[in-house]
Design a protein around this ligand. Structure first.
Ligand SMILES: [Zn+2]
Length: 79
């Protein structure tokens, strides 16, 4: 991978220090029905282009980082 992830605690780091956490999306409420939870947990947009993602810095500070990444080119931008 030819991109770096900007961790607010550790600075720009190699993506191999992180674990991909999936697309950013709003979680359903605690009283949502089973179908809503299944859709939230198992169905992703898998879009081509920029999307908001969660990355976990497991070999660094241990924080979750929100990243806007192009799924085709891996370009990372600030919003
Ligand atoms: Zn970090």
């Amino acid at each position: 991978m030819a991109f770096l992830i900007d961790c607010p605690n550790c600075g720009r780091r190699n993506p191999y220090e992180f674990r991909f956490g999936g697309e950013c999306k709003e979680a359903p409420g605690p009283d949502a029905d089973l179908n809503t939870w299944c859709e939230y947990l198992y169905f992703n947009e898998n879009m081509s282009g920029f999307q908001q993602e969660w990355w976990y810095h497991n070999m660094g500070c241990g924080d979750w980082v929100k990243v806007r990444r192009n799924t085709v080119t891996h370009e990372i931008t600030e919003d």
